[in-house]
Design a protein around this ligand. Structure first.
Ligand SMILES: [Cu+2]
Length: 171
């Protein structure tokens, strides 16, 4: 009897130790496959006659509650980007920059962005952009956010786009 008691006690311990080490191996594996040394790159998405490339959002600066998202859209047919949305912001608007007597200001483009057939619509800092207003939390570089795009034609595209620091924004 004095031998059996320790064995019964030891068995669950041995099993849980084995289980834990399997778990930590699994965690390690997931860690190395998800966290690459290179930040996430947006791979071009081709769908429904649309090609979407170079999409990214700007990391938050300080405590600002707004940010911008950018990218390029190529369409085989004429269309219009009429709406964008994301779960990270209260409001998402399509903006352009205008020169107002020498002062660059941005404003909402009510009709969206025209896309001519086979001509890239380029959204970039200082130009057309997707404005993320009222962020629920800071956007951190090297993470990603969801972005949905709606077109006049009825096409919709759901994207996962990387967040990049402002230093890398202009590349
Ligand atoms: Cu804006």
């Amino acid at each position: 009897m004095r031998v059996n008691v320790p064995l019964i006690l030891a068995l669950p311990v041995a099993l849980s130790v084995a289980f834990l080490s399997i778990q930590s191996l699994a965690t390690d594996h997931r860690h190395t496959t998800n966290h690459q040394h290179q930040p996430m790159q947006f791979k071009p998405v081709e769908t429904d006659g649309l090609t979407l490339s170079n999409f990214r959002a700007r990391a938050s600066i300080g405590r600002t509650q707004n940010s911008g998202a950018y990218g390029e859209i190529l369409s085989t047919t004429s269309d219009r980007l009429i709406r964008a949305s994301s779960s990270v912001a209260n409001t998402v608007e399509l903006h352009e920059h205008v020169n107002d007597n020498g002062v660059m200001r941005m404003r909402e483009v009510e009709d969206g962005f025209l896309i001519r057939p086979n001509e890239s619509l380029v959204m970039k800092p200082g130009g057309y952009h997707i404005m993320l207003i009222g962020l629920h939390e800071r956007l951190k570089a090297n993470t990603s956010i969801d972005l949905s795009l709606k077109f006049e034609s009825g096409r919709t595209v759901d994207l996962l786009i990387p967040i990049v620091s402002i230093k890398k924004m202009h590349h």
